[in-house]
Ligand binder design. Structure first.
Ligand SMILES: Cc1cc2nc3c(=O)[nH]c(=O)nc-3n(C[C@H](O)[C@H](O)[C@H](O)COP(=O)(O)OP(=O)(O)OC[C@H]3O[C@@H](n4cnc5c(N)ncnc54)[C@H](O)[C@@H]3O)c2cc1C
Length: 335
């Protein structure tokens, strides 16, 4: 993070979209000395943002199973930035489990990722007492973390307010309307060239019968899914990854998500369903994020399934570009 003591810049910057990408851009650029304003079309609940549906996992090592090394690199940096900004960011790790019949998937996941220890029944019982006896082996990614999107976004907006950054809700803007520098963080609404929506379905359940400390990922040949503990005995079960821009939830997906929860702990059978929904993840064809620079018009998009994981590091890169002209060749393009 650029320190507050960085040289002051007078340029004014309009950031469009107060989702996770735009909020972190506003924070980093304000810290770098710019005169920043954030504009959001939605009200503070941000129900039309993709982030509203997200798990909020900060899991650079787990995600490296299927993602490019750049995601891990930026994700590791982001973990530190989350911790610096919010020292109470949960960092209890991730537990990855599989049933015995899915041993091959477990072994493959272990081979394709780093940052984990393989643990047996005793350690599983210490980490998650309620999973005692359910699984023989697990992978423990001790340094991963998670945030609760619907809590952390208002906290970010509050932090911006405390720094004197105006956050204008119910204020749709287009980049062309902005004076000075604009940073387009509209997510899928930007309809940038090549950008597509990838559906992620999720279910929130509530039960006092299950207690988990950290996200638990269940490996399965057809539907690798996860359960993220939330406040007030709630659990977010997610998420499908479907090439579709329809934001409905299918019966098949709902059954699979609920079956996954039941497979992790049978007490989920009695849980109350609180919410079912889907968000569309903004993704470019290579599923990598992009900071596209066209003079004073900068667009930060394509955060795909890693918005919470990557937003702080991407914001730091934009600040480094605007203060020192630094370019990160993996994620920045200049026209
Ligand atoms: C089910 C699911 C689970 C996920 N889990 C995780 C996870 O565990 N970890 C993780 O890192 N990521 C996760 N993601 C991905 C993450 O949610 C996205 O990568 C992230 O939300 C993208 O952030 P964004 O700010 O680019 O877009 P958005 O979150 O969509 O925010 C864009 C904002 O711009 C606003 N906007 C649009 N047009 C305008 C306009 N004209 N003027 C002003 N404002 C405008 C929108 O209202 C919105 O608030 C998940 C996604 C889904 C769907």
């Amino acid at each position: 993070m650029l320190p507050d003591s960085a040289p002051r810049h007078r340029a004014s910057i309009s950031i469009i979209g107060a989702g996770i990408a735009g909020s972190w851009q506003a924070l980093a650029l304000s810290r770098a000395g710019f005169d920043v304003a954030l504009f959001e079309r939605d009200d503070p609940s941000l129900q039309s943002s993709t982030g509203h549906w997200a798990g909020g996992m900060l899991a650079p090592w787990c995600e490296s199973e299927a993602a490019e090394p750049a995601i891990t690199r930026l994700g590791l940096r982001s973990l530190d930035l989350w911790r610096e900004e919010f020292p109470d960011t949960q960092r209890d790790g991730t537990l990855v489990v599989a049933h015995r019949r899915d041993r091959a998937d477990f072994d493959r996941f272990a081979r394709q990722t780093t940052g984990h220890q393989q643990v047996g029944r005793e350690r599983i019982a210490e980490l998650e007492p309620q999973l005692a006896g359910q699984f023989d082996r697990a992978l423990f990614f001790a340094d991963e973390g998670h945030v609760e999107p619907r809590v952390v976004l208002p906290r970010l907006h509050q932090r911006l307010g405390e720094r004197g950054v105006p956050v204008h809700f119910c204020s749709a803007r287009e980049p062309a309307e902005a004076d000075g520098i604009s940073i387009d963080c509209r997510g899928l609404a930007a309809r940038a060239e090549g950008l597509r929506g990838v559906k992620g379905e999720m279910i929130v359940v509530e039960t006092g019968e299950v207690a988990l400390t950290r996200p638990v990922r269940l490996l399965h040949p057809r539907w690798p899914l996860y359960i993220v503990p939330r406040a007030h005995n709630r659990f977010m079960i997610g998420a499908t990854t479907i090439e579709s821009e329809d934001d409905g939830v299918s019966v098949r997906s709902a059954l699979e998500l609920l079956s996954a929860a039941f497979a992790v702990h049978p007490a989920f059978a009695e849980a109350r369903i609180v919410e079912i929904g889907a968000g569309l993840r903004p993704a470019f064809p290579d599923n990598l994020p992009r900071i596209a620079i066209h003079g004073d018009r900068i667009a930060v998009n394509g955060l795909y399934r890693h918005g919470f994981l990557l937003a702080p590091a991407l914001a730091e890169l934009t600040a480094a570009y605007l203060t020192r002209g630094a370019i990160d060749n993996e994620v920045m393009t200049c026209a």
